[in-house]
Design a protein around this ligand. Structure first.
Ligand SMILES: Nc1nc2c(ncn2[C@@H]2O[C@H](COP(=O)(O)OP(=O)(O)OP(=O)(O)O)[C@@H](O)[C@H]2O)c(=O)[nH]1
Ligand SMILES: [Mg+2]
Length: 612
């Protein structure tokens, strides 16, 4: 075996928000890949619009820096559990991982998940305790917990021996001892050069695994991956081996390597490097690109199964086609299947209805990000309540379970445990961190988590953090009965007006402003009671000839509750849908006509707008 001493390939992994992308900023800034006067901002790698808005990384991305003549290829990954598929997808490109751990929070559920993957892949680890500037940091304890985690997960004794660095990624400072005064990030680069193994290379016919895809309107699809064997130059002939084993042939157009945020066009690239190539029209992640002389597939990328599903259908509301550019079944199908090329943990399948697809993902956020992306692209669609994906194993019905970790204040324990027990959660740990800070750990069926987040945020006034991670499958725990109140449902099509809305506010909370267009069957509010009831928000005041001194005083409405996409998805019940267009998010009953709902009700009297 040979090694390439001029390259290191590293992946940055951690729990959500522990500072991965900020550390990449610091590495890019110090290695002077920008002009001195270039304004680059923060979280440079979170380049996608939704990433910037939400302040989280959604997709794994590549970059590279040069330090003492050695090129360090860096892969930044998302830390949110819903995007774990991204970590599984790219981790194979690296030989070494930087495991970031927040100096206050310590190892969290996703820290364990990503470290397990890295160790199973045989990656060398460098531990970086980040945010050492935090006032509540507890470095010695965090190190002890990290060592425990390695003891639990290591697959060989060598893996227990890892260097530890201390960082304030935001200020671009890394030190080798916690109380040292640092000045820059060089100790991190030195540690990478000393500890990250140089890539092993094999001579012979070209072979690379496609781990990422990008698009360029001129160049077409761009396949990104690590070269495992041989070398490549522009215009080489190659074979693409699909995950199904089909082989087709192409001519490579251009070859690029990474430097900073740019792709550099090169005339030659060799094993060990991470490259991007164009010219392969039909390429998907997981495909192998190889020399036609020896077209053998590399091992497939293993991705965990999805746990949550919902239907995506074309918009069938009376307002369909008014606000979107893409509204047909064909457009929806093409878009969803295109998503499968890059979104590896997503699954799409047909349903009994030709206009509706069942879409499966790793969590509500995973699916809602796709919905938001499609909405911005101009799609109209309607989606159903997310449900956990059950399976039958050895003749027994099983359901996905998750570990839920909550960091909260003492005063919220009561309300949280009460709500969670209704959702079939079992407390497995409670830890008092002092100063009223409490960590609660539960085992909970995935279905119990659906819709929990918005309750959680409001009931703890945003003072708590929750994290979930997949645990495994357990026998079905039984249905969870919806505790939501009934809906206030528009009884006719028209424009909502203040008078009608004011009457409706006597029944509960409303969701729309005066002037909003509504249709029969659209949900316009939440009842204070458990039944659904029809309301007429378009109703005008009867005109009379008698002027009363009080009735003409302008009515003051309570401002409506406006839901985000995530809240809307959390809100709906099984007999309801969210209608999504580029301009609006509306809630509706599946059956729009009151008469139809009445007919349907005879089977179950629960949660209906039938008089009790
Ligand atoms: N105090 C302090 N804050 C930091 C430090 N490093 C990062 N942060 C902050 O932590 C937050 C999260 O940082 P990110 O770099 O987005 O974290 P991430 O790990 O990339 O997050 P995901 O990609 O969403 O998993 C940001 O507000 C950063 O400014 C640090 O060393 N000290
Ligand atoms: Mg990030």
């Amino acid at each position: 075996m040979n090694y390439r001493n001029d390259i290191r390939n590293i992946v940055i992994i951690a729990h959500v928000d522990h500072g991965k992308t900020t550390l990449v900023d610091a590495m890019l800034k110090q290695s002077k890949v920008f002009r001195d006067n270039q304004l680059v901002g923060e979280l440079i790698m979170d380049s996608n619009a939704l990433e910037r808005e939400k302040g989280i990384t959604i997709m794994a991305k590549n970059t590279a820096v040069v330090y003492r003549d050695i090129k360090i290829n860096i892969i930044d990954t998302p830390g949110h559990a819903d995007f774990s598929g991204e970590v599984e997808r790219v981790i194979g490109m690296a030989d070494c991982c930087l495991l970031l751990i927040d100096s206050e929070e310590g190892p969290m559920p996703q820290t364990k998940f990503v470290l397990r993957h890295a160790l199973q892949k045989g990656l060398k680890t460098i531990v970086v305790i980040n945010k050492i500037d935090r006032t509540n940091s507890r470095i010695p304890e965090v190190i002890r917990l990290t060592q425990d985690l390695f003891l639990e997960l290591a697959t060989s004794a060598e893996q227990l021996d890892f260097p530890v660095l201390y960082a304030n990624a935001r200020d671009g400072i890394v030190v080798t001892e916690p109380d040292m005064q640092g000045k820059d990030i060089s100790p991190l680069f030195e540690c990478i050069l000393d500890n990250a193994p140089p890539p092993q290379i094999e001579n012979g016919p070209f072979q690379m695994l496609v781990s990422n895809l990008d698009y360029d309107s001129h160049k077409g699809k761009i396949a990104i991956g690590r070269i495992w064997r041989g070398n490549i130059t522009p215009h080489d002939s190659v074979a693409r081996i699909s995950t199904g084993g089909n082989i087709d042939n192409y001519e490579i157009a251009e070859v690029f390597t990474y430097l900073g945020l740019k792709r550099l066009k090169v005339e030659h690239a060799e094993a060990g490097d991470i490259i991007a190539i164009t010219g392969i029209e039909k390429v998907s992640i997981g495909d192998t690109i190889a020399s036609p002389k020896n077209p053998k597939a590399l091992p497939r990328i293993e991705i965990s199964e999805p746990t949550v599903e919902m239907t995506f259908g074309i918009n069938t509301s009376p307002f369909a086609g008014r606000e979107g550019r893409f509204c047909t079944t064909r457009q929806l199908r093409e878009r969803l299947y295109k998503e499968l090329e890059t979104n590896l943990s997503l699954r799409v399948q047909g349903t009994d209805s030709p206009d509706t697809f069942l879409v499966k993902g790793r969590g509500e956020l995973h699916l809602s990000i796709l919905i938001e992306t499609m909405r911005r692209e101009g799609y109209e669609l309607e989606i159903s309540k997310p449900e956990a994906i059950t399976k039958v194993i050895d003749g027994k019905l099983v359901e996905p379970m998750e570990i839920l970790t909550i960091d909260t204040k003492e005063q919220y324990i009561g309300v949280l445990t009460e709500m969670l027990s209704k959702r079939q959660a079992q407390m497995v740990d409670m830890h008092n961190g002092g100063q009223g800070n409490i960590r609660l750990v539960f085992n909970i069926p995935t279905k119990g988590l659906l819709g929990f987040r918005s309750f959680f945020l409001t009931s703890t006034r945003g003072e708590s953090i929750m994290n979930t991670i997949f645990l495994g499958y357990e026998s079905w725990h039984g249905e969870i009965i919806s505790t939501r109140n009934g809906a206030l449902i528009a009884s006719e099509q028209g424009t909502a007006i203040t008078y009608g809305l004011n009457n409706t506010q006597g029944r509960g909370i409303t969701f729309i402003d005066p002037g909003a267009e509504v249709y029969e069957g659209m949900i316009v509010g939440l009842n204070t009671r458990t039944q659904d009831i029809p309301v007429n928000v378009c109703k005008e005041k009867k005109r009379t000839n008698i002027r009363s001194s009080t009735s003409d005083i302008a009515i003051k409405l309570t401002p409506p509750l406006k839901m985000s996409l995530e809240q809307a998805i959390d809100f709906i019940n099984k007999d309801e849908l969210v209608e999504i267009t580029p301009k609006n998010i509306r809630l509706r009953k599946k059956l729009l006509a009151y008469s139809q709902r009445l007919r349907n009700i005879s089977n179950s009297r629960q949660n209906t707008d039938l008089p009790p």
